[in-house]
Design a protein around this ligand. Structure first.
Ligand SMILES: NC(=O)c1ccc[n+]([C@@H]2O[C@H](COP(=O)([O-])OP(=O)(O)OC[C@H]3O[C@@H](n4cnc5c(N)ncnc54)[C@H](O)[C@@H]3O)[C@@H](O)[C@H]2O)c1
Length: 392
């Protein structure tokens, strides 16, 4: 429970800052766009790059006060905390190695955090962030963006209502083709370069980058805890040291079984996240690239294709819908849905309400910790020759 001290946010837009999202970057701009799309906050400060000149370029492009464009996130956290008009929350959109130190710097100043996944390089770091967030009474979101899709939430409503019976088998996949060639050797391919570098990416590339989206999506829909994994992380591509393909068998705490495949060397695939949940009475299937729909199949009956925006969608999912059916919503809206929930929690804390983070529908630090545990257990299993390993 986080209890706000004062009524600080009434009647004004929330102010936020960003770490990462500098020139040529990917996800920082997506966060900015999603926050602006829903009017969830105004960007007022940033450290957009490790290179101060590049950070200044982005600051100018975004029309920020140069005094609030910082050379490092450490400086930014300290300086912002001292201001009367300090940021209300920070978005950490830099690559993996900055997540822990940056989140820590802002939590120490009592600033709420939305952090990119994977949460941290190690479980110790993840647990330290959780303890610090609790101590400083800060909210902590983890940007598992796909959890924001309306029809993924509809899958959650259906599975958790018991409609498909007890979950017995889960299939998850996330194939991409973009690292079939050694893209990291090409000048300017920064996203490929840091993902294939263990110092920046951490102990895993492919599984940490996209396998964690499968893990989070399944957990969000089913509520199942992964008990054990048996994994093979495959390093495909000459000279690479991190996985570009990962196969994982899973055992969940309720006895259900799972199989996840993530890959960056799968020709023909862009962002092919697909999750199928099979129960004793039926099944659901969510496909990220067709995120306005959900397949529901009940045993012995013709499968149905549910369409977002229609009256038959459960309120717990449809309240996140913005447009009528047939006007597609996608990645931006999914991100915006995370921010709708996160900023409503931030505002409630600032307005002095008692906030139980569990009541707000965004991925929290525990989900981030589960992701770090999952990757750690899979790496350990793979190193031992693909043996079964406990996740907790
Ligand atoms: N949730 C999602 O769907 C999703 C999608 C893509 C990427 N991501 C995550 O987002 C993060 C960034 O990925 P990306 O593809 O945008 O990378 P990127 O390389 O395109 O951008 C990273 C940005 O962070 C900046 N940066 C790095 N270290 C910094 C520091 N210490 N201080 C300030 N800025 C710093 C870089 O200069 C760059 O501008 C990764 O952790 C990745 O896993 C999440």
């Amino acid at each position: 429970m986080i209890e706000g001290k004062e009524s600080a946010a009434v009647g004004r837009p929330l102010r936020y800052g960003m770490v990462g999202g500098g020139p040529g970057s990917f996800i920082g701009g997506v966060h900015r766009s999603a926050i602006a799309f829903g009017g969830y906050g105004t960007l007022v400060a940033g450290c957009f790059s490790r290179n101060p000149a590049n950070s200044a370029v982005t600051g100018r492009e975004l029309h920020l006060d140069p005094a609030r464009v910082y050379a490092s996130f450490e400086e930014m956290a300290k300086a912002e905390a001292k201001r009367e008009d300090a940021i209300d929350f920070v978005v950490i959109a830099a690559q993996n190695d900055s997540h822990f130190p940056a989140a820590k710097a802002f939590l120490e100043q009592g600033i709420h955090v939305m952090c990119e996944k994977p949460l941290s390089h190690t479980l110790e770091q993840a647990l330290e962030l959780k303890a610090l967030a609790k101590k400083k009474k800060c909210l902590f979101g983890v940007a598992y963006a796909y959890a924001g899709h309306v029809m993924a939430k509809e899958a959650r409503e259906i599975v958790r209502s018991g409609q498909i019976g007890d979950v017995v088998m889960v299939m998850g996949e996330y194939p991409q083709e973009w690292l079939m060639d050694l893209l990291e050797k090409t000048e300017g391919q920064r996203q490929a370069a840091w993902r294939t570098d263990p110092k920046q990416a951490g102990i895993s590339n492919c599984l940490g980058d996209i396998g964690t989206h499968i893990e989070n999506m399944v957990a969000m829909i089913t509520g199942l805890k992964v008990k054990q994994v048996c994994a093979s992380l495959d390093v495909i591509g000459k000279g690479r040291s991190l996985d570009t393909n990962a196969q994982v068998m899973l055992r969940y705490s309720n006895g259900a079984k799972g199989l996840y495949w993530s890959s960056q060397i799968a020709a023909g695939y862009d962002n092919g996240l697909k999750v199928r949940i099979f129960g004793t009475k039926g099944a659901v299937e969510f496909v990220q690239e067709e995120s306005n729909y959900l397949k529901v199949a009940m045993k012995g009956q013709p499968p149905q294709r549910l369409s977002r925006g229609n009256g038959y969608i459960h309120p717990g999912a449809s309240k996140n819908s913005r447009f009528p059916s047939g006007h597609p919503e996608g990645y931006n809206e999914a991100f915006a849905n995370l921010y709708a929930a996160f900023t409503s929690a931030v505002r409630d804390v600032m307005d002095g309400k008692k906030v139980k983070e569990a009541d707000y529908d965004y991925p929290k630090i525990d989900e981030g910790i589960d992701g770090v545990k999952f990757v750690g257990a899979c790496v350990s299993s793979s190193k031992k020759g693909a043996v079964w390993v406990d996740v907790d």
